[in-house]
Design a protein. Structure first.
Length: 147
């Protein structure tokens, strides 16, 4: 469904947020470098994607992306103004990068595969919570009308 403000953002509950956070902390405990694995998988998923990261400082990138997960969940559950503001900035930045829908789909697929691999308690609920987070983030970066 599309209206004047773009497609409706996906629904996301506080329960999903709890499941997501618990999963993320569990993963970090067992695999502190799981974002290395994510970028390994994501960059290998397409030459056009790895090309975009040629001049990017990957250490900074990993920290920023982990923080953006929390940003997205705050925006998705509370519509926290500070989080929406920062997502807006992230959206501006990403729209200049000419990222296709297929590349966003690879971002989601790579992340979900790495979560499946790294979370010892991965199940349907965990999968749904990560899917919700990625769908919300992608929705904002791609479709949100920019301020
Ligand atoms: C919802 C999905 C995504 C999220 C949450 C996300 C998040 C981020 C964050 C937090 C940064 C660092 C911003 C900064 O501090 O400067 C970043 C940078 C970047 N992202 Fe994404 N990203 C997403 C999807 C993608 C996709 C699909 C691509 C490419 C195919 C991509 C390419 C890049 C590049 C190239 C940079 C570095 C830009 C620069 O330093 O100039 N991102 N992203």
């Amino acid at each position: 469904m599309t209206d004047a403000s773009g497609p409706k953002p996906p629904e996301w509950s506080r329960e999903d947020r709890r499941t997501f956070r618990t999963s993320l902390y569990r993963i970090i405990k067992v695999h502190p470098h799981f974002l290395n694995r994510f970028y390994q998988v994501f960059l290998a998923s397409s030459p056009e994607i790895s090309e975009k990261f040629t001049h990017v400082d990957m250490e900074k990138q990993k920290t920023a992306v982990k923080e953006s997960f929390f940003l997205i969940v705050s925006a998705a559950t509370d519509r926290a103004p500070w989080a929406l503001e920062q997502l807006n900035r992230l959206a501006h930045q990403h729209r200049k990068l000419n990222i296709t829908s297929e590349q966003y789909a690879l971002w989601r697929k790579s992340l979900l595969n790495v979560v499946r691999e790294c979370d010892p308690q991965f199940d349907e609920d965990v999968e749904r919570s990560w899917l919700g987070m990625t769908n919300f983030g992608i929705h904002y970066l791609q479709h949100r009308p920019l301020k």
